[in-house]
Design a protein around this ligand. Structure first.
Ligand code: HEM
Length: 376
C-alpha cells in the first residue's frame, strides 16, 4: 500500500459521494487484524487475543459474512423485541434521578449516563458487569482500534481491557437463556458461532452502544445551554420521541467515518487508488434538512442552531445496527433527565472533553441540580 496516500486522507463532505463510498465493496474500515498480526510477529508482545478479537468483531468483518450477521441482528434489535424492557428502563432512570445529593451537585456523565450505560447493558444483554470502569475501558478499546495505526503501548492497553471484559463475560454465556430474552434470542440465531465468537459479537454491540450514551451527553449539554424558557418548550414538545435520526444527527459523538480503499476504483467523478485513506466528514455531509423542514417556529434548529447530517448512522454494510435500540432508549432517557434539569446550571469551564480525530465526547459534566418543588 502507498503510505503517502494513507497519510493524506481524502476528506468527503458530500453526502451522496459519502454514501456511495460507504456502499462500495472497494472500501474497508481498516485492515486492523492484519496490522495487529504484523506487530505481533515483529515484537516480543503477544497480541493473539487482540488480533483474534479484531478479526471477529463486526467493524472489521467484510463481505457475505457481515451481511448475514447484520440480517440476523436486524431480526432481534428492533422495536418489538425491545418493548419488554420498557419497565426496567424506567425503573433505572427513576432511581438514578431521585434527588438524593445533599449539595445538589452531580456529574451528569459519571453519576447518571455512565450508570445508565451499565444498567442498560445488564438489562438488554443479560451481562453482569462488575464495574462501570471495566465497561468503559472495553468500549474505549473497541473504539481505539479504529484509530489509524495505534501504537504498541495503546494496543497493549486495548488488549488488556477487552480481554478483562471477555474473561468476565465468557462464564456467563450459558446463563443468557435465563438472564435476557434478547441475548437468548441472539444466541439461538447465532448458533453457528462458538461461545468465544458469540462473546466477541456481544462485545461489538456493547462497545458500539457507547455512541448512544455519548450522544445523550451531547444532548444534555446542548439542553443546558438553552435558557429556561426554551428548555421548558423543548421538554413539552418531546421532539425526539419519534425521531432518533434527528437526535443522532444533532448529537452524534462521531466526527468522521474512516475508510481505506482496498482496490483502485472510481466513485462518481472521483478516483481512489488502493491504500488511499478516506474520511467522511459527518457534519459536513449534510445535504437534506427534510427531517426538520416544517413550519413550526420552534423547530429544533432554532434551539440548537446546528446542521442536520444524514450519515449519522453510517451507510452500506457497516451501517449501525443500533438505530432501533437508540430510538427505544433516547426519548425515555432524554425526556426524564431534561425534565429534572430544567432549572439546573452548568459551568461550561468545568466540562471535560475527550477529543480525537474520530470522536468528540464529554467525559465529565458537573452541574448544580436545581429541583422544582414537584420533584422534591
Ligand atoms: C446515537 C446513537 C448511535 C450513533 C450515532 C451510532 C453511530 C454509528 C455509526 C456512524 C456507525 C458506522 C461506523 C462506520 O461505518 O464506520 C455505527 C456502527 C455500529 N454501531 Fe452504532 N451508533 C449509535 C448507537 C448504537 C447502539 C445503541 C448500538 C448497539 C446496540 C450500536 C452498535 C454499533 C455497532 C456494533 C456498529 C458496527 C457495525 C458494523 O461495523 O457493521 N450503535 N454506529
Amino acid at each position: 500500500m502507498n503510505t503517502m496516500h494513507q497519510l493524506v486522507p481524502i476528506i468527503i463532505k458530500d453526502a451522496l459521494l459519502a454514501k456511495k463510498v460507504l456502499a462500495s465493496k472497494s472500501f474497508i474500515i481498516a485492515p486492523v487484524p492484519q496490522y495487529i498480526r504484523d506487530i505481533d510477529s515483529r515484537t516480543e508482545h503477544d497480541f493473539s487475543f487482540l488480533s483474534d478479537f479484531a478479526e471477529r468483531i463486526l467493524l472489521f468483518m467484510n463481505g457475505k459474512e457481515l451481511w448475514e450477521a447484520k440480517k440476523l441482528l436486524a431480526q432481534s434489535l428492533n422495536r418489538e423485541e425491545l418493548n419488554c424492557y420498557t419497565m426496567s428502563f424506567q425503573l433505572h432512570i427513576d432511581r438514578l434521578l431521585t434527588p438524593t445529593r445533599p449539595n445538589n451537585k452531580i456529574d451528569l456523565v459519571n453519576d447518571v449516563t455512565n450508570h445508565l450505560y451499565k444498567h442498560v447493558v445488564e438489562d438488554l444483554w443479560g451481562i453482569r458487569v462488575s464495574s462501570q470502569s471495566m465497561l468503559l475501558k472495553m468500549a474505549n478499546g473497541v473504539a481505539g482500534l479504529l484509530e489509524p495505526m495505534p501504537r504498541i503501548r495503546k494496543l497493549l492497553e486495548y488488549q488488556n481491557d477487552c480481554e478483562d471484559f471477555y474473561k468476565e463475560l465468557i462464564p456467563q454465556v450459558s446463563l443468557f437463556r435465563k438472564t435476557s430474552a434478547l441475548a437468548s434470542k441472539l444466541q439461538a440465531q447465532f448458533a453457528h458461532l462458538d461461545e468465544r465468537n458469540f462473546c466477541f459479537l456481544l462485545m461489538s454491540l456493547v462497545g458500539g452502544m457507547r455512541s448512544a450514551f455519548d450522544a445523550l451527553n451531547n444532548g444534555f449539554f446542548a439542553f443546558l445551554q438553552l435558557d429556561t424558557e426554551k428548555r421548558s418548550v423543548l421538554s413539552k414538545q418531546q421532539i425526539f420521541d419519534k425521531n432518533v435520526d434527528l437526535f443522532a444527527s444533532l448529537f452524534s459523538p462521531s466526527k468522521v467515518l474512516a475508510r481505506i480503499c482496498s482496490e483502485t476504483t472510481k466513485v462518481g467523478d472521483q478516483e481512489f487508488v488502493k491504500g488511499q485513506r478516506v474520511l467522511i466528514d459527518i457534519r459536513a455531509a449534510n445535504t437534506t434538512l427534510e427531517d426538520v423542514t416544517n413550519s413550526d417556529p420552534l423547530c429544533v434548529r432554532n434551539f440548537f442552531n446546528k446542521n442536520i447530517s444524514n450519515v449519522h448512522f453510517g451507510a452500506g454494510v457497516h451501517r449501525c445496527p443500533g438505530k432501533d435500540v437508540s430510538q427505544f432508549m433516547f426519548p425515555k432517557i432524554f425526556n426524564a433527565v431534561t425534565e429534572q434539569l430544567k432549572y439546573s446550571t452548568l459551568n461550561s469551564a468545568d466540562i471535560l472533553f475527550e477529543d480525537n480525530e474520530m470522536t468528540k465526547r464529554i467525559i465529565s459534566m458537573p452541574i448544580n441540580v436545581m429541583q422544582t418543588i414537584e420533584t422534591l
